[in-house]
Design a protein around this ligand. Structure first.
Ligand code: UD1
Length: 326
């Protein structure tokens, strides 16, 4: 019996695939490789294909005797989602519906879904728990909220699901041979690394006049290997008969941009060139998780701290300045 990982050649998917194989679980990855990397998978079974292709999904389910799914495959660039909304609804929402249809046809009834804390938009308070209103502020976030709703409704069709609302995924595999490709993202940690390794001259700090302790924005950075572990716990929860669930995945610890910069300089012993610019549109001042539910129901908690996030990312980028070879 095998776990199907859609989008398993991407950043979080590949770390999850690696962890599951290390735990002795059988895994198959389905990925178009449009934004994923074969090299992120080593010798893990990969089927190059689209989740919206029901023939392919059906074949994979039967050939590998798939028993559960972790569904990562999606576009995730917030800015791009605003300029290409149809592409995002098609690829993230319509394709997910098609995938679930194929899964149910093949009697696969357990799914873990890669959602995002972006569904909360600008929360009224932090820490944010799962009862906070869902108020997406981008097409990307809306597509995540839409799939959550659809999965919830699919309970009636016999599907059970865990939707994991990730906070800020960061860091890299401890081996130093898997990580995030900085050419494919504008998230803070990869941008910091770009600056350290000279691919960008200076870090733009988007505002230092927020109502936070040091004026810069506060986020909840969670190590990608801890995130991978959250998926394993979610799968096990469903396998033991757990009901559908929506859960935050964060550390519960808020870190400001300035604190992250200071940690980077301390870990690497290098100065981080930076300058303060204006606020980025749509950036809330402080967002961090209330991780109580995840701890209580799934028994998960983050075990890696900010120091490990920075040191692992540094190790990966130092060894792979050009990311994975295409
Ligand atoms: C972003 C997305 C969110 C997505 C999440 C994880 C937006 C508005 N939100 O969250 O939907 O789920 O990534 O992929 O894009 N920062 C700088 N300089 C930089 C880059 C970032 O100061 O060059 C600051 C930002 O203002 C923010 C923090 O660093 O305060 C983290 O930014 P980022 O990594 O982009 O994540 P989020 O904006 O939290």
């Amino acid at each position: 019996m095998t776990i199907l990982i859609t989008g398993g050649a991407g950043y979080i998917g590949s770390h999850t695939a690696r962890l599951l194989t290390e735990l002795g679980r059988d895994v198959v990855v389905l990925d178009t490789l449009e934004r994923g990397y074969r090299d992120a998978l080593n010798d893990i079974d990969l089927v190059v294909g689209d989740i919206a292709d029901q023939r392919t999904v059906g074949k994979v389910c039967r050939k590998y005797r798939v028993e559960s799914v972790i569904h990562f495959a999606a576009y995730k660039a917030v800015g791009e989602s605003m300029t290409e909304p149809l592409r995002y609804y098609q690829n993230n929402v319509a394709a997910s519906i098609s995938l679930v249809e194929s899964l149910l046809e093949n009697e696969v009834t357990r799914i873990v879904f890669s959602s995002s804390a972006a569904v909360y938009g600008t929360p009224d308070t932090a820490p944010v728990n799962e009862d906070a209103p869902v108020r997406p502020e981008s097409v990307y976030a809306q597509t995540k909220a839409d799939v959550e709703r659809f999965l919830g409704a699919s309970d009636a069709a016999g599907l059970t699901s865990v939707c994991l609302r990730y906070f800020n995924a960061a860091g890299a595999h401890e081996s130093g041979d898997m990580g995030e490709d900085w050419s494919a993202t504008e998230n803070l940690v990869p941008v910091v690394m770009k600056v350290l390794f000279g691919a960008q001259t200076s870090l733009e700090v988007f505002g230092d006049d927020y109502p936070t302790a040091d004026g810069s924005c506060v986020r909840d950075y969670v190590h990608v290997s801890d995130l991978a572990d959250a998926h394993v716990k979610a799968l096990d929860y469903l396998a033991s008969g757990g009901k559908s669930l929506i859960c935050n995945v964060g550390t519960g610890q808020g870190t400001s941009v300035k604190q992250l910069m200071a940690m980077t300089e301390s870990v690497t012993g290098r100065a981080l060139p930076h300058h303060i610019t204006g606020r980025r549109a749509g950036d809330p001042a402080a967002v961090f998780a209330d991780p109580t539910l995840m701890r209580a129901v799934l028994g998960w908690r983050a075990t890696r701290d900010l120091r490990e996030i920075i040191s692992s990312a540094y190790r990966w980028h130092e060894r792979h300045p050009d990311g994975y070879d295409r």
